[in-house]
Design a binder for this molecule. Sequence first.
Ligand code: SF4
Length: 355
Amino acid sequence: MSTTAVDQTPSVEMSRESPDHVRISLAAAMVLGVRPGRFYRDVRLHCINLLLTYADGCNANCAYCGLSRRRAGGYGERSFIRVDWPTLPTDEVVARMERYSAAVARVCVSMVSHRRAYEDTVDIIRRIHSRVDAPISALIAANLFDRDRLTEFRQLGVDTIGVGLDATSETAFERTRGRRARGPLSWRQYWQTIEEARQIFGPFKVNAHVMVGIGETDRQFVDVIARLQEMEVNAYLFSFYPEVDSPMARRRRPSLRRFRRLQLAKYLLQRGCLGVGDVVYDEAGRIHRLDVLPSSMEQAIASGEPFLTGGCAGKDGSLACTRPFGSYRPGEPFRDFPFQPTGEDVARVRRELGW
Ligand code: SF4
């Protein structure tokens, strides 16, 4: 983002910053009665996703992100994962979460990389925890954390930590988020934070968001999934989708076939039906075949489960954070399904897998 964009940010936005204000996802705004409407195929969300907001935006400079410093426009106007995130007073959002508590299975506070973000997130989590009886996730800016801060989050009542690792190779990380993108983030530090969070929060109480299509090979992707699984850290898959005006706006999306095969490989790896050595790649490094029992493969595909959205669960263990349309637009094939796919959906997935 140019400095001009920062300088021209309207003063009204200056007063609508965290911790007294937060942005909420469009889907969450619908759940809380702030915005009218329904999603395609009546997709529902049970997680209230909040995002910190600052007039001078996020300090990081991730090349694919709608909040990137280099992207034009004031921070408060920028879309994030291509949808509008309205800004509201934090206390109003908390009051609405109390009022609509039956529809709120989880709350997630997403940080941005900003000098005040840690203290402000603590403040916001306290406000939520004192009034809302739902488990809380924090999708943290890993570069702002050490062991003490992670421990403090746990003591505040956060039960799950998410880390937006996004890239699954060091080179892709450096190119899209690190020094080569003129960003402050470090691959090594992200992994250290994941490791420390895992130690403090316990098995499968930490997740890494990982994105297909930002410069990694299939093998690198599969290796990272296996590494996370060994650490007992969840991996939630996203498919790259270009944000208008971001530095990667012209990059092509990964093919549906590639994404489906990685979803399936991940599922089978996590269930112990597949080892990293059982994934066969072609000369271009793409998944060619998965050497698993045909019955395991068939069972997995027929269940539809490998293709569900990966996200944190509510108290009852069912998927709460479905992030509708995080990786695709309404009307397009669901890259991940925020509901149990129908028989027709599964038939389509089989064709997309191309086996
Ligand atoms: S899956 Fe959803 S609730 Fe969990 S950390 Fe990620 S954004 Fe937050």
